[in-house]
Design a protein around this ligand. Structure first.
Ligand code: NAD
Length: 486
């Protein structure tokens, strides 16, 4: 079994606490790694290393040299692509066909995008008139926040972590990362890459562990952590907000969702079915952007449900390392049990189970993994818990609607506001409905398609702030106003 150390000050180190926890392969249930659990003392070492780097070698580097080093990280990840891929698949169980085209390439690309962006960023400057006629120059400078605490989930471990670390470092900060306890491996590998490509010690640190009473909470409470960027559940976001309140730290939150898809009868039917199949079941439903509520215009409802059922039943569960596998397991036994509890709840709440609704029995070495069936429900009341609460598994509820106004009202009837997908062949309707959605991101006739320079984030319980492009740099910098009298 592998031992996974912390990564502090450019070195792989065991936890001072001597505590460890076990990591299991979600596809088989077999223990694969023993992970060192950081406590407050380890977190303090990491934060102090990050502070030394900030005020020492990283802060002293000319801006363009820092960005050149980050471009080196892109190459460093791509050189060890197969190791990153194997580690991500072992931790998450996601199919190789997904991880090899999404997780690892995007994990590398996040450094390139933000290094290029930071190289070309300008700030504002206003030549001012003054009463004596000499004038003044009033301008703004971007300065790094300091040591940033980065707390990540398990569903897209490398991708979502580098989505934060890339811009944070490009803006001149240093970081202490707390990966999910379920998926600690690629963050640790990235430490080795950072050292190999010459990123100074202490710029990038990794502390493993859990949330409350462990590394996560210690990081958010540390007085020398200037800001916290977090992706995860809304309830965890609320807990982190309480932790940072005493020090009034800025937060950036990417939280949960209960996203709607609206399918109008005038949509390209096959595109709407395959798009909804992807949006409901990608990564075994473990993407914050997944559609768990699907509203279909009544004239095509029965045909749509039948086609979605056929698509779901055509998904292929199997060894994540096989190219033909299109659906992996859930990430953990605990999460499998949570999703299974919604299978039971849906039946109690009166759902018609169109397909799935069970824990899946798998043959051979996969028998001990955390497998479930892709599941489609109909017939639930809009106020039932299965329609209101984020399940974060391969489930969706499909309900009919009669008018555009009704579809908009149904889609917006949630505390969350991450994203929505609209399927229609009517351009005016696309604009109208997109504008009416109470969410941060709307897709029309697509899903999970975006230019990384655009703002990403949710409203309501789905988050605070926007990441992506210059919006990320905005979070990871303070703007300093300087006025020079001439
Ligand atoms: P989670 O909230 O359980 O855990 C996320 C991270 O927070 C983990 O590293 C965990 O150890 C840490 N943590 C937990 N409690 C903490 C505390 N009190 N203090 C500090 N850290 C703490 O989320 P998860 O189960 O890993 O991820 C799934 C959730 O993430 C879903 O709700 C999903 O919608 C959401 N998500 C959102 C986005 C987005 O961009 N909006 C993206 C991916 C996932």
């Amino acid at each position: 079994m592998k031992n996974l150390n912390l990564w502090i000050d450019g070195k792989s180190v065991p936890a001072l606490s001597g505590r460890t926890f076990l990591l299991h392969d979600p596809a088989t249930g077999v223990a694969i790694s023993q992970v060192q659990e950081a406590q407050a003392a380890d977190v303090d070492l990491a934060v102090q290393a990050a502070r030394r780097a900030l005020h020492g070698p990283w802060g002293a580097l000319p801006h363009h040299e820092r960005l050149d080093l980050l471009m080196g990280v892109v190459d460093g990840i791509m050189r060890r692509f197969d190791e990153f891929l194997a580690a991500e698949i072992a931790d998450t169980g996601k199919p190789v066909g997904l991880a090899s085209v999404v997780d690892i390439p995007r994990g590398a690309a996040n450094f390139r995008i933000f290094a290029e962006m930071a190289r070309n960023l300008s700030t504002e400057c206003f030549p001012m008139d003054t009463p004596d006629g000499a004038g003044a120059l009033n301008y703004a400078l971007r300065v790094p926040l300091g040591v940033v605490g980065v707390i990540c989930p398990w569903n897209l471990p490398l991708l979502l972590m580098t989505w934060k670390v890339g811009p944070a470092l490009a803006a001149g900060n240093t970081v202490v990362v707390k990966p999910s306890e379920e998926t600690p491996s690629t963050a640790t590998l990235l430490g080795e890459v950072m050292a190999q490509v010459g990123i100074p010690d202490g710029v990038y640190n990794v502390v493993h562990g859990f949330g409350p009473g462990s590394a996560g909470e210690a990081l958010t409470r540390h007085p020398d952590v200037a800001a916290v960027t977090f992706t995860g559940e809304s309830a965890t976001g609320a807990a982190i907000m309480r932790s940072v309140a005493d020090h009034v730290k800025p937060v950036s939150f990417e939280l949960g969702g209960k996203n709607a898809s609206i399918v109008f009868a005038d949509a390209d039917f096959d595109a709407a079915v395959s798009g909804t199949l992807r949006s409901a079941f990608s990564n075994c439903g473990q993407v914050c952007l997944c559609s768990e509520r699907v509203y279909v215009e009544r004239p095509i409802f029965d045909r749509f449900v039948a086609a979605l059922k056929a698509g779901a039943e055509g998904l292929r569960r199997g060894d994540p390392l096989e190219a033909e596998t299109t659906m992996g397991p859930l990430v953990s036994a605990q999460h499998r049990d949570k999703v299974a509890s919604y299978f039971a709840l849906a039946r109690e709440e009166g759902a018609t189970v169109v397909t799935g609704g069970q824990v899946a029995q798998m043959p051979g070495k996969l028998a001990g993994g955390y497998w479930v069936e892709p599941t489609i429900w109909t017939g639930l009341a809009e106020d039932s818990r299965c329609v209101k609460e984020e399940v974060f598994g391969p489930v969706c509820h499909v309900a009919p609607f009669d008018t555009e106004q009704e579809a908009i009202a149904l889609a917006n009837d949630t505390e969350y506001g991450l994203c929505a997908a609209i399927w229609t062949g009517n351009l005016a309707r696309a604009h109208r409905v997109a504008a009416a959605m109470d969410v941060g991101i709307v897709w029309v006739n697509s899903w999970f398609l975006r230019d990384l320079r655009t703002p990403f984030g949710g409203t309501g319980r789905s988050g605070i702030g926007r990441e992506g492009g210059v919006h990320s740099i905005d979070f990871y910098t303070e703007l300093k106003n300087i006025c020079i009298k001439l």
